[in-house]
Design a protein around this ligand. Structure first.
Ligand SMILES: Nc1ncnc2c1ncn2[C@@H]1O[C@H](COP(=O)(O)OP(=O)(O)OP(=O)(O)O)[C@@H](O)[C@H]1O
Ligand SMILES: [Mg+2]
Length: 371
């Protein structure tokens, strides 16, 4: 018997998401090759890493040569480069998902077009535009750059006219979007995958806690009523179908009294899905690989109750983490730096009460750094 050939997946971006895609690929016999601007990026541990700008045509050609499929782990990949590659090799998800995800105005306009509830928003391109937008939306509001923001960077909350002027000075006055500041009860996310044949698998909703604009803790499955679960599934399904999407898609949501408003999408595996490595039948990373290769999707069902804590800035002491039953440590191979995600810990338990207890123990290990 001959063994089937080992497929090659080219991943644009070699950060921790690439590294975890590469780890999931190994037992499936999939090879991953990465492109990242930084030598020694986290994915170097799991496959060959080409060093070069993600928009550089020559670097893209080199890294895509011979690949069965090209995917990405960062939505900042220039959509033009992805479109050019798509002439020769399947690029999944497609460049249209990239274009929508890269521009908050296009993103929110798409939500509205698809009947997905969204916070009030308006484009802002100068000081007069900000005045008009503030008149229409009111305060409090949040002014964001349309492109390039992450981890809460490139945004400012506005409560007064003076804060509006300060926000313009800080963010520049063009290419912005003003959004109503939503008084949400909590933040949720829905992570779903769509296969080449259109099959969809949706993970249980995740509850996310942010501090200073950075995700700190995720819990899954979130405690939700069936209507909320159905609303989350429906939002993901509409976007997946509209974008003719292949791969894993994440939608960040605000839960306001049981109504889900869409905040943004990530056309990739997502930090709020890391719990699936230990806490779901199929991890988001394996699911993404299965989807982009045209393979059958795995079950997205949860196994028990999970929490994920990000390690921000520095790693927690290993032995203290490993002493907590059910806890798993994931290091990304990144140098410590304030505000940087350098690893995460997932803890799984059979009941919510046991999970609460284990989570409390983990939160006490390195306050401000872990979780
Ligand atoms: N309109 C809003 N109303 C209330 N809170 C908001 C709003 N927009 C953003 N936030 C808060 O700021 C956080 C980060 O905002 P957002 O997700 O838009 O930006 P981001 O920089 O792309 O974040 P990330 O990269 O972490 O997903 C949100 O998770 C939420 O806590
Ligand atoms: Mg976000």
């Amino acid at each position: 018997m001959t063994s089937p050939e080992s497929p090659l997946v080219t991943v644009l971006g070699g950060g921790q998401l690439g590294r975890m895609l590469g780890l999931a690929a190994i037992p499936l016999g999939i090879r991953c090759r990465f492109l990242d601007p930084v030598a020694g990026a986290p994915a170097v541990a799991v496959g060959p890493l080409e060093v070069g700008p993600l928009g550089d045509p020559e670097a893209l050609d080199r890294v895509a040569a011979g690949a069965d499929v090209v995917t990405y782990e960062w939505e900042g990949v220039p959509a033009d480069g992805a479109r050019r590659l798509a002439d020769r090799v399947p690029v999944r998800p497609g460049w249209r998902a990239l274009e929508v995800a890269q521009d908050r105005l296009a993103e929110k306009t798409a939500f509205r077009r698809l009947g997905i509830p969204v916070p009030e928003f308006a484009a802002v391109d100068d000081a007069a535009g900000l005045d008009a937008a503030l008149d229409a939306i009111g305060v409090p509001a949040v002014l964001k750059t349309r492109r390039g923001g992450y981890d809460g960077k490139g945004q400012a909350v506005i409560r007064t006219a003076a804060e509006g002027l300060a926000a313009l000075a800080e963010l520049g006055s063009t290419g912005l979007i003003l959004e109503a500041l939503v008084p949400f009860d909590r933040e949720l996310s829905v992570i779903a995958a769509r296969g080449v044949d259109g099959t969809v698998g949706t993970f249980p909703l995740v509850e996310n806690l942010h501090r200073d604009g950075i995700l700190r803790v995720s819990r899954a499955p979130a405690t939700v009523d069936p209507a909320t679960r159905a609303a989350g599934d429906d939002i993901a399904a509409r976007l997946l179908a509209d974008l003719d999407y292949v791969g894993v898609l994440t939608v960040e949501l605000f839960d306001v009294g049981g109504t889900l408003l869409a905040n943004e999408i990530a056309p990739r595996v997502h930090n709020s899905g890391h719990w699936t490595i230990e806490g779901a039948e199929t991890s988001q990373f394996e699911q993404h690989l299965r989807a982009v290769l045209g393979w059958p999707l795995g079950s997205p069902a949860a196994r028990g109750h999970s929490a994920m804590l990000n390690a921000i800035g520095t790693l927690p002491p290993r032995e203290a983490v490993l002493a907590v039953p059910g806890a798993r440590l994931h290091e990304y191979g990144k140098a410590p730096r304030p505000g940087r995600k350098v690893g995460h810990v997932t803890v799984v338990a059979e009941t919510p009460a046991v999970l609460d207890d284990r989570l409390a123990r983990l939160l006490a290990i390195a306050p401000g750094t872990l979780g």
